[in-house]
Design a protein around this ligand. Structure first.
Ligand code: NAD
Ligand code: AKB
Length: 318
């Protein structure tokens, strides 16, 4: 029987991935962990524990005591937050991953999932249809930590046969949990402000085009990658994943179709420079060929769903 540990389970991805994995493996077999409390459904439907990913002893003890067989190691600081505390971010992002890879090697974990990001690419990377293998000279501490993490994952696979799998997620968009300090967070915030205020001040410029993906597609892709036979996985650093590409002007126009009074204004901050260093669109042909990743949400379908679900959520909470 699989026993699954999720770190960073209270975050934007973890809170949804926990519920998806509990449906597949059973509530009691998926251990959600984080430094902070998770949304109520995660806390109430199965085991939840406080666990710091840079406390190596606690990680090892937890894994052994609970006979963990697979890990989804999500805990990290994202691009915006990391730029404010570069050395602290490096510590969390790198130490946490290295402890996890050592743990996988020493305790014989069957599989590890670790998310990378489009942030591994930098200003010298081709921006359009960015290939799987290309120049990767990230200019942010977050991107540097993700690129180093990819190299470590491949190293542990080649040297110790740790079955670690990874996706370079684009910016993820969801309505259940707030986004956690990234450069792509505007594409979540905009929906809340559109409904509540009918206006949004964007921290990126109107033409800051970035690759994005609706959360359901990201969760389904993650589970699909983890269920793929190991012999089909040719990339042990991290797979490119495409999704949909748009800029703030385009998402604002789509929202305006539903809320005609909606207005967007622009006040770019330090995150604009980060956005400018990232790709605009991603070539994910290798992921399609190896494990057949599939997306179902385009900008139109995602906008409709985000507005409907956030409206419902705001009514329930008020
Ligand atoms: P998030 O910020 O919403 O969640 C991260 C969680 O990690 C938080 O709940 C935080 O409390 C927890 N955490 C931080 N330090 C910790 C520690 N020392 N010990 C235990 N928990 C700790 O982030 P997210 O969007 O859910 O991202 C999850 C992972 O996916 C990260 O590795 C991130 O780099 C990656 N990723 C996310 C996106 C995205 O758009 N959301 C895109 C690319 C990659
Ligand atoms: C961020 O903006 O930092 C994340 C990411 C793309 O990795 N959403």
């Amino acid at each position: 029987m699989e026993k699954i540990l999720i770190t960073g389970a209270s975050g934007q991805i973890g809170s949804e991935l926990t519920m998806a994995l509990r449906k597949i493996y059973g509530n009691d077999n998926v251990y959600a962990t984080d430094l902070k409390d998770a949304p109520a459904d995660v806390m109430e439907s199965g085991p939840f524990h406080k666990l710091d990913v840079i406390d190596n002893k606690a990680l090892v003890d937890f894994t052994i005591q609970n006979k963990i067989t697979q890990v989804y190691h999500l805990a990290a600081l994202l691009s915006g937050t990391a730029e404010k505390k570069p050395l602290f971010a490096w510590d969390i992002n790198m130490k946490g991953l290295l402890y996890m890879l050592e743990l996988a090697k020493d305790t014989g974990l069957k599989k590890v999932f670790w998310p990378s990001s489009i942030a591994v690419f930098g200003p010298t990377t081709p921006k359009v249809n960015t290939p799987q293998l290309t120049v990767a000279e990230p200019s942010t501490v977050y991107g540097i930590s993700k690129l180093a993490g990819e190299r470590w994952c491949e190293y542990y696979f080649n040297r110790y046969e740790v079955d670690v799998r990874s996706i370079r997620y684009p910016g993820l968009i969801s309505y259940k949990t707030e986004a956690g300090g990234g450069t792509t967070d505007y594409a979540v915030e905009i929906f809340y402000d559109a409904i509540k205020e009918k206006k949004y001040e964007c921290f990126l410029k109107e033409d800051a085009k970035l690759p994005m993906m609706f959360m359901d597609d990201a969760i389904n892709s993650t589970i699909k990658l983890m269920e793929t036979d190991a012999s089909k996985i040719t990339i042990r650093s991290s797979y490119n994943l495409g999704g949909i590409s748009f800029d703030p002007k385009e998402i604002a126009a789509e929202i305006k179709r539903h809320i005609p009074e909606f207005e967007i204004t622009y006040k770019p901050d330090f995150r604009q420079k980060i956005a400018e260093s990232w790709p605009q669109s991603i070539d994910d042909s290798v992921a399609r060929k190896d494990w057949d990743c599939i997306y179902t949400y385009d900008l139109t379908k995602m906008t409709q769903l985000m507005l409907d679900e956030i409206r419902k959520k705001l009514v329930i909470n008020n």
